[in-house]
Design a protein around this ligand. Structure first.
Ligand SMILES: Nc1ncnc2c1ncn2[C@@H]1O[C@H](COP(=O)(O)OP(=O)(O)OP(=O)(O)O)[C@@H](O)[C@H]1O
Length: 347
């Protein structure tokens, strides 16, 4: 017998997972309870073993890509409903909301607006075979609540690293950080997080850790699929969806969990123009003050700036310019012109 993909089937599955009590698989069980990333999209019914089997499968698959440590950090980040990131690494870095005061990191020109993100002089090292590499240095950024901001910069300047630090996936070693919660990280490749057989099952499955009544699950799923314009695809098998549609399902999952900050890492890289616009419009429509949703969107595509309320530009591990979209766009165009002129002069 296979698991049904109806909402009540998913609800039943979530209850089964919550009741797994085998101590030898405690770590997997905790991970599974925390978030559905550990589940394979292919689920065989095997009594209460189901969570263990599919989680182990999925963990093995993810483990070979990025390492279990990374997975466990993702789980922690997704299950973190705290208002504030509170990292304590070797005593060097502590975040307290009271330490973030107006004017401290005011490079956005938006100091009168409440902030979803306030980062001051963040430092973060990553370990490589040649030792610790400083990836973020003195990195500061403010993002006002209820806005869509884009984060741009050359390859390797630290955009994804900054986003991961905000999500709690990487630990900074210096600076101060306030990041509103709950927050969700949406990956470039939706196949890394859309894991259930149908669109609505995927959104519902993410709610498993909250132990909600089925009616509330139903309502949240419907509302969040509608918010990203995917309600008519609720029953569609995920493998029949386009990349952009899957991205919208991933965003719906975050909204269903009441995320107030969407951390979006190059969502449109693999998408064609139609899907790109579909995802941009979906994010644009869910961001805002009444909805209390803020989004930070990493991109290389200048044309996406027209959807943004603000922008920031990074170079060498720090934000060197942030605030108005027009200013950031003008700066990037100037840099591009300089580059092309230099190329012309060496011909
Ligand atoms: N696990 C790691 N270990 C060591 N160095 C890393 C690791 N991950 C990233 N880096 C380095 O950190 C720097 C910043 O990487 P990051 O992915 O944050 O840049 P990015 O601005 O998002 O780049 P892109 O636009 O190409 O995606 C790069 O020099 C990268 O090589």
């Amino acid at each position: 017998m296979g698991w049904t993909v109806s909402l009540s089937g998913i609800h039943e599955l979530n209850s089964a997972v919550r009741s797994i009590s085998c101590s030898s698989c405690a770590a997997v069980r905790d991970a599974v309870r925390a978030q559905p990333l550990c589940f394979s999209s292919f689920i065989d019914h095997s009594n209460l073993q189901v969570g263990r089997i599919v989680a182990a499968r999925k963990l093995r698959r993810v483990g070979s890509q990025t390492g279990k440590d990374f997975v466990s950090r993702i789980l922690r980040a997704r299950s973190d409903n705290a208002e504030v990131s509170d990292y304590e690494t070797d005593g060097a870095f502590t975040t307290r909301p009271t330490q973030v005061q107006d004017g401290l990191v005011d490079n956005s020109g938006e100091s009168s607006l409440p902030r979803a993100v306030a980062i001051q002089k963040l430092g973060l090292n990553l370990r490589s075979e040649r030792g610790d590499v400083p990836v973020l240095r003195d990195c500061s950024l403010n993002v006002p609540e209820g806005q869509l901001w884009m984060l741009l910069g050359p390859n390797g300047c630290g955009k994804s690293t900054l986003l991961k630090a905000m999500a709690g996936l990487l630990k900074p070693n210096a600076g101060k950080m306030f990041v509103i919660g709950p927050r969700s990280f949406v990956f470039q490749n939706p196949d890394h997080q859309v894991v259930m057989p149908t669109a609505e099952a995927d959104v519902a499955f993410g709610l498993g850790r909250f132990d909600l009544p089925i009616d509330e699950v139903r309502e949240r799923v419907h509302k969040s699929l509608k918010a990203v314009g995917m309600d008519q695809y609720a029953q569609r098998p995920v493998q029949t969806l386009s990349g952009g549609q899957k991205q919208r399902i991933a965003i719906a999952g975050a909204l269903a969990e009441s995320s107030r900050l969407l951390l979006l890492d190059e969502l449109t890289t693999y998408l064609d123009r139609d899907d790109q616009i579909g995802v941009l419009e979906a994010v644009r429509s869910v961001v805002g003050v009444p909805q209390k949703v803020t989004a930070l969107w990493v991109t290389h595509r200048l044309e996406e700036l027209e959807y943004a309320d603000g922008a920031a530009y990074m170079e060498n591990g720090r934000v060197i310019l942030s605030g108005s979209v027009a200013e950031v766009e003008a700066y990037i165009k100037l840099k591009q012109d300089e580059l092309f002129n230099r190329k012309d002069s060496v011909r």
